[in-house]
Ligand binder design. Structure first.
Ligand code: 3PG
Ligand code: MG
Length: 398
């Protein structure tokens, strides 16, 4: 059993760093995707169930200069209260008298949400004085913010030094995120396919390099595929291309060959005459796209090719969409991949999906409960699979 599960929170005030950086409607401030909040509920409920109280702290967005109404965590109070089935209190500041008084007055079973940590620039700077002030609000520190674990901020990492060894721990969400990711990274049953998509090669170089050490197959889709096509002499029309990464793409191809990892590129593409939901569309080989046209999704042959690889795999990691799935004409590739991942999972494969866009895609197509694990981490998951040490994890393990 984990430290968290064994810990009895009775009479304790648990200060939990959560990642409630959720999307809000610009006009009404209603939460448009509450996945990250729901994911932290079991941790909060365990503490309340033990007879402890909870102080929640998070960032929201990227405020620049101090408080901004649109980034206030007060917009979340109603929904968190609903999810927890109890009235959540709110402090208009994350440090200072109001926060201190409200935290001190908390009774067992009660929950307090602090205002956005990033209203202080000290948060992102990892300021130790600020971290120490936060630390005083609780008896025990619980880090459940996997989505922010790649940031060495005051509340995610620096704060841990102010708690003794037995009073700092991961929450249930962080534990399951890390164990799913570690299973894929270090204990993947073969064949292991990594499906990597998205617009830019430059964002995915490090993850591809690290996966070349581990995967059997790597499927490359999305806009980044065209940089690889061009690097191999293909004609890509107006498709996305990072011309300054052509050499990088060639190096990755060479490394893959040397390691015996099979790289799969889309043999054909759905092409469009402009980047628009109402564009004219056609199909073309991905290495022979006519001038004036651009590849916006993988084509029907590529779908079949990718589905075959996915369905013979025992471990699947998926990060990044295959095309512009937000537009109906260009969602077939991403939908086919999502379907194949769900079917392979049904047949016994372990599948981990992460990264904002691929998670949005599995949600949109209704496959979120048909894959083994959906990560709440975008950047954090990417950095984990790049092989980097995540500061939020290291701070507690130290
Ligand atoms: C995220 O959504 O990526 C995390 O909440 C971290 O936020 P950040 O990228 O603004 O640091
Ligand atoms: Mg981010």
């Amino acid at each position: 059993m984990s430290t968290f599960s064994q810990y009895n929170f009775k009479g304790q005030k648990a200060l939990i760093r959560v990642d409630f950086n959720v999307p809000l409607d610009k006009k009404t401030f209603a939460i448009t995707d509450d996945t990250r909040i729901k994911a932290a509920v079991p941790t909060i409920k365990k503490i309340l169930g033990d007879g402890g109280s909870v102080i929640l702290m998070s960032h929201l967005g990227r405020p620049k200069e101090g408080p901004e109404d649109k980034y206030s965590l007060k917009h979340l109070v109603g929904h968190i209260s609903e999810l927890l089935g109890t009235n959540v209190q709110f402090a208009n500041d994350c440090i200072g008298k109001e926060a201190v008084d409200k935290a001190a007055a908390l009774k067992p079973g009660e929950v307090l949400l602090l205002e956005n940590l990033r209203f202080y620039k000290e948060e992102e700077k990892g300021d130790a004085g600020f971290a120490e002030k936060l630390s005083k609000l609780g008896d025990v520190y619980v880090n459940d913010a996997f989505g922010t674990a790649h940031r060495a901020h005051a509340s995610t990492a620096v704060i841990a030094q102010f708690f003794p060894r037995d009073k700092k721990m991961f929450g249930l969400l962080m534990e399951s995120e890390v164990s799913s990711a570690e299973k894929v990274m270090n204990n993947a049953e073969k064949p292991f396919v990594a499906i990597i998509g998205g617009a830019k090669v430059s964002d995915k170089i490090l993850i591809i390099e690290n996966l070349l050490e581990r995967a059997t197959d790597i499927i490359i889709g999305g806009g980044m595929a065209y940089t690889f096509e061009k690097a191999q002499g293909g004609k890509i029309g107006n498709s996305l291309c990072e011309d300054d990464r052509l050499d990088t793409a060639r190096e990755l191809l060479k490394k893959a060959e040397a390691k015996g990892v099979c790289l799969h590129f889309p043999s054909d593409s759905v092409i469009a005459d402009k980047f628009d939901a109402a564009a004219l569309t056609s199909n073309a080989p991905s290495n022979n796209i006519p001038d004036g046209w651009m590849g916006l999704d993988v084509g029907p042959n590529a779908c079949q090719q990718f589905v075959n690889v996915i369905k013979r795999s025992k471990t699947i990691l998926w990060n990044g969409p295959m095309g512009v799935f937000e537009m109906e004409k260009f969602q077939h590739g991403t939908k086919s991949v999502a379907t194949a991942v769900a079917e392979a999972t049904q047949d016994g494969a372990f599948s981990l999906v992460g990264g904002g866009d691929s998670v949005a895609a599995v949600n949109q197509f209704g496959f979120n409960d048909q894959v083994s694990y959906v990560s709440t981490g975008g950047g954090a998951m990417l950095e984990f699979f790049e092989g980097k040490e995540l500061p939020g994890i290291a701070a507690i393990n130290k």
